[in-house]
Each structure stands twice: as C-alpha cells, then as structure tokens.
Design a binder for this molecule. Structure first.
Ligand SMILES: NC(=O)c1ccc[n+]([C@@H]2O[C@H](COP(=O)([O-])OP(=O)(O)OC[C@H]3O[C@@H](n4cnc5c(N)ncnc54)[C@H](OP(=O)(O)O)[C@@H]3O)[C@@H](O)[C@H]2O)c1
Length: 381
C-alpha cells in the first residue's frame, strides 16, 4: 500500500487498520504535507520503503503512487493535489481507495473513465470477477459512499431507483436560528464524528453533503434528481439505496471511519475490525428528517454546481477551501460561507468547457482562490 496524506485524520486511521492486519498488508510508501515529526514516527513504526514530505518534494506523489511494488493507493489528502497521482495510479493498473472528495468533485470526468477502462479490461476476460466493476478500482472511503457501495454489491445497477445520502446535520441542526455569530470553536464541535477541521466545518454548513451528492453522481452514474439527502442525527445509518421494487437497503455502523477504510482495503472480503459494531437496542431510535436548505443553503449551491458541470464544481470546491480557511481565521462569518460559494460558482462556473483537462482544472482552482481569498465577497464578484 501507499498512503497519500498519512499524517491526517484518515491517514492515521488507515495506518491503524493496516497495523491490525500485518499478514495482509505491507506499507510501502507514505506521503504527508508538512508534519515531519509524525511522518518520521510513522516511518519508524511501519517501516515503509519510501517517505515523502510534500512541502519539500511536491512532485513525488505521482512517483510513489505508481511504484512497481504498490498495489493499492489510499488517498487521504485534502485538496486537488492528489488528482494527478490518482490518474497516474489508475493508468498504471493500481487500485485507488479515496477519501478525498476533490478528486471526484473536480475531476470525476477524468478519473471515472480510467476506472471504467480497468474494469472493462477485467470484464472482457472474467466477467464475474469482483474487479470487473469500476468501484473495485476507484473505491470510496467516505462513509456514505462506502455504505452505498456495500448496498450495491450483488445488485443489478439498472434496478436502482434512487440513492439516499444521510447527513448528521452538524452541530447547528437545532439552532441557533441565526448563524451569523457562530464561532469556529462551536462549528468544530461535531456531534457524532471526529474528523479533520475542513470537513468538520463542511458538515456544519452542509456543504459536505452537497459535495457528496456530486461525488455520488460520478461514482454511481446517477442523476442529481435520483439522490435524496436525509438528515439522520444519530449517524448510524450511513446511507441507503432504494430499488425499483420499493426495497430500501441500508448499511449501518458506529461512526468510525476505520470500518469504511477497511472495507475499501479488503473488498470483496471482510475481516474482523477494531471498530465497535452497532448495538441496535442501545441505539434505541433512529430519526430522519428533511434538510433545511434555507438555513443551510450550501447544499443547494453544491447541487446546482453539479448540474452545471465540472467548471462549476471545481470553482465550488476551490471556493469552499478558501471560505473554510477564512472562517477559521476570522475573516468570514459562518453564514457568509454559502454566499461565497454561490458567488464563485456564478463568476467562474459557467462556460462552454465543462470538461476541463487537469491543467485547466488546476488553473481554474488558482483563479478562484486568488479571487476570493480576501476582501468582501461582493467586491470579489
Ligand atoms: N476525516 C474524516 O473522517 C473524513 C471522512 C470522509 C472524507 N474525508 C475526506 O478525506 C480527505 C482527508 O481528510 P482529513 O480529515 O483526513 O484531512 P486532514 O486531517 O487535514 O489530513 C490531510 C492530510 O493530507 C496531507 N497533505 C496536505 N497537503 C499535502 C500534499 N501536498 N501532499 C501530500 N500530503 C498532503 C496532510 O499532511 P500534513 O498534516 O503533514 O501537512 C495530512 O496528512 C478530505 O478530502 C476529506 O474531505 C475525511
């Protein structure tokens, strides 16, 4: 295995899973951004053949993702930095397991054809092989997408009626009504999941759920209209699939990312896991309600960007990175985050080329960041 982003929330949990199954996995390469001390500590424990600190060697990710001795690449970085390594890894015949959203939200039109090509090559010789599916090559780690994937195993895709993505609703689900004065400390207190700062703020605004709708469209090849979002505060039902006969199949688990990480590594097999199993009696009740898109407009903005195309979703995700950074550093109010996203999509999202290549995507990402990284939102637009 190679792990890109080994020092973050997903990266460290991935190493926990790998350490629990030393007979099955070997850590060949680790890459981190700037946390030199933790990377050195991980190297001492897992003894990889190569480590990379991207702050010193930004161009090495592609090389480690395509090493001859790597079979599977775990993508646990934030941002768009892993898009090239993911494309290179798939082209080199590696399996990619990704928690990273940008890879699909911005680059779904580039990445999915590669995964489909690998699956088609297997299907041509051994049609029933578990690797004859694009999801076996591009494996989702996000708990919602893992849940949908697990529900789809063994099912004919043309019998899917819709997907149901569950959302915890974040820390402000039941108030305050006015979100203009909530602080980073309050927004970072997620009620059920423990995650990196960026995705925790995205959960509080529901932008995260919007990004997941876009990801789901690519992974499962469904229209926006066939993806429902349902708020489920207990975070036990991780997501569900509705079939044409009215059956609803869901995957349930404790809120522990080690479960979906492990499934992505062991597919199509399952192994004992360090995560606790759900106790239904202890869970007691499971609640569901519709999301409030008036208080949390980021969900609507993200869905709209997904309908426009890949320029719009690239602008959305770059703007979201900037907006969250600005909120955390005190230069943007919480309720201004969706407004900044909408402004970025309006200004940069339209255009004839809705399937930009990697260079064009990276250029657009840079333009959006430059336009919105300071000053009032209106002035930037
Ligand atoms: N955390 C979750 O539970 C969760 C759940 C679902 C999906 N996701 C998604 O998974 C991704 C990672 O999330 P996270 O919460 O784990 O983020 P995180 O804790 O912020 O970790 C990000 C990781 O990426 C590394 N990194 C940053 N720039 C890099 C570069 N240029 N090259 C190589 N590595 C680089 C960081 O290294 P340094 O720390 O050393 O700088 C760190 O290891 C995000 O896309 C997120 O949306 C996360």
């Amino acid at each position: 295995m190679a792990v890109l982003g080994s020092t973050g929330s997903i990266g460290t949990q991935t190493l926990d899973v790998l350490a629990a199954h030393p007979d099955a996995f070997e850590v060949v390469a680790l890459a981190a951004g700037r946390n030199e001390a933790l990377l050195a500590d991980q190297a001492a424990r897992h003894r990889p053949r190569e480590t990379v600190l991207a702050k010193d060697e930004p161009d090495r990710l592609e090389a480690i993702a395509t090493r001859d001795d790597v079979d599977l690449v775990v993508v646990a970085t934030g941002g768009i930095v892993s898009l090239r390594p993911v494309l290179a890894a798939l082209r080199a015949g590696k399996i990619v397991a990704t928690a990273n959203k940008e890879t699909l939200v911005a680059g779904g039109h580039l990445v999915m054809p590669e995964a489909r090509a690998r699956a088609a090559a297997v299907a041509a010789t051994t049609p029933g092989d578990p690797m004859a599916s694009p999801l076996a090559w591009l494996r989702p780690i996000d708990s919602e997408h893992s849940a949908i994937w697990q529900c789809l195993v063994g099912e004919p895709l043309n019998r899917v009626a819709s997907l149901v993505l569950t959302a915890s609703g974040g820390p402000f689900l039941d108030g305050p009504a006015d979100l203009s004065s909530v602080t980073p400390d309050q927004a970072l207190r997620h009620p059920t999941w423990s995650m990196g700062a960026k995705i925790t703020i995205d959960s509080a605004t529901l932008a995260n759920k919007g990004l997941e709708v876009v990801e789901a469209r690519w992974l499962y090849d469904v229209d926006d209209a066939a993806i429902d979002v349902v708020v489920h505060p207990q975070s036990v039902v991780h997501s569900a699939v509705r079939f044409v006969d009215g059956s609803l199949k869901a995957q349930l688990g404790t809120p522990d990312m080690r479960t979906p990480i492990q499934y992505a590594l062991t597919y199509p097999d399952r192994r004992p896991s360090p995560s606790a199993a759900v106790d239904l009696v202890e869970a007691g009740r499971l609640d569901f309600r519709r999301p409030d898109e008036t208080r949390f407009p980021a969900l609507r903005v993200a869905r709209e960007a997904g309908r426009i195309g890949q320029r719009a979703t690239t602008a959305l995700i770059a703007a979201d990175d900037v907006a969250v950074e600005r909120f955390l550093s005190g230069s943007l109010r919480f309720d201004e985050i969706p407004a900044l996203l909408a402004a970025a999509v309006a200004r940069f999202g339209e255009g004839p080329d809705q399937a930009p290549d990697v260079d064009a995507l990276l250029a657009l990402d840079g333009e959006v960041r430059a336009a919105f990284s300071r000053g009032p939102i209106g002035a930037a637009g």
